[in-house]
Write a protein that binds this ligand. Structure first.
Ligand code: NAD
Length: 259
């Protein structure tokens, strides 16, 4: 049996980037983690590595847009963890960046479903496991969720990220009665695999729209942020260090969003 003070956390998008960095940090803190991702190979490798280092770790290979599988995974992981204190809804994609005129409805739906619908589902399925003792839900939005840059073509991504911020605030208000806190993290540009997986439509080039954020424009420093920096902020929102904070969005962006 696990000691009751041990924090139990589920992380989606845990096989890469911000999710993986957070899993590593949580484990260093002595938390027990349940990992959710659609990348089976990476999940296997990561969980073997964690176990090899003597840490308890569970995982489920699940598509976060699949309601039934996601619910089963969250229930099963909570059973294995013997409780749930922290839920990090983080899995996401950039999707296809294209002018609204040519962006397909399928691509719109894929982006909104992966980023926003999944956050609703994760929250919905975490509540029953948290409502007795309270807990902390953290949602990875983006600076794109509150501030529109010149990343033309990102209408679906920005809408999904803005939706996550609005959802965070509504959920914080609604779940306060269970002592469940809900907060969003808004990273700026972070060096992860997500950027390589973005599809830029040819039409964007035709209308000469700049899709890259200029590297030199970050007020705090000129380097891209790291997943480890974001993970430290997630840890803050996950623990009692942030006990009086709910319904907020925390920027981890080198002050990019102030430009
Ligand atoms: P990443 O690509 O490194 O990691 C994302 C993970 O999510 C991957 O392991 C992927 O397999 C998983 N995933 C994607 N779709 C899934 C699905 N349908 N079901 C299950 N798992 C799925 O990217 P990252 O940068 O670490 O992204 C994490 C979050 O951070 C995303 O929500 C993203 O929008 C947000 N974000 C990233 C940046 C950035 O610059 N990297 C900036 C702002 C916000």
């Amino acid at each position: 049996n696990q000691p009751s003070a041990t924090k139990k956390a589920i992380i989606t998008g845990a096989a890469s980037g911000i999710g993986y960095a957070t899993a590593k940090l949580f484990i260093e803190q002595g938390f027990i983690v349940g990992l959710i991702d659609a990348n089976q190979n990476r999940l296997e490798t990561i969980s073997k590595d964690f176990k090899h280092k003597g840490h308890e770790c569970y995982y489920r290979n699940v598509d976060v847009t699949d309601e039934i599988s996601l619910k089963k995974a969250i229930d099963a992981l909570t059973d294995s963890l013997e409780g749930l204190d922290i839920f990090f809804s983080n899995a996401g994609i950039n999707g296809t960046w294209a002018p609204i005129e040519t962006l397909t409805i399928d691509e719109w739906d894929r982006t909104l479903n992966t980023n926003l619908r999944s956050t609703f589902l994760c929250t919905k399925f975490a509540i029953p496991h948290m409502k007795e003792k309270g807990g902390s839900i953290i949602i990875t939005s983006s600076i794109n969720g509150t501030r529109i840059f010149n990343n033309f073509g990102a209408s679906a991504y920005s809408a999904s990220k803005a939706g996550q911020v609005a959802f965070t605030k509504m959920a914080a208000l609604e779940l306060a009665r269970y002592n469940i806190r809900v907060n969003a993290i808004c990273p700026g540009a972070i060096d992860t695999a997500i950027n390589e997986k973005t599809t830029y439509s040819d039409e964007l080039k035709e209308i000469e729209i700049k899709v890259e954020f200029p590297e030199g424009d970050r007020p705090l420093k000129n380097e891209t942020g790291t997943s480890d920096q974001v993970a430290q902020s997630v840890l803050f929102l996950a623990t009692d260090a942030s006990a009086n904070i709910s319904g907020t969005e925390l920027y981890v962006d080198g002050a990019e969003s102030l430009l």
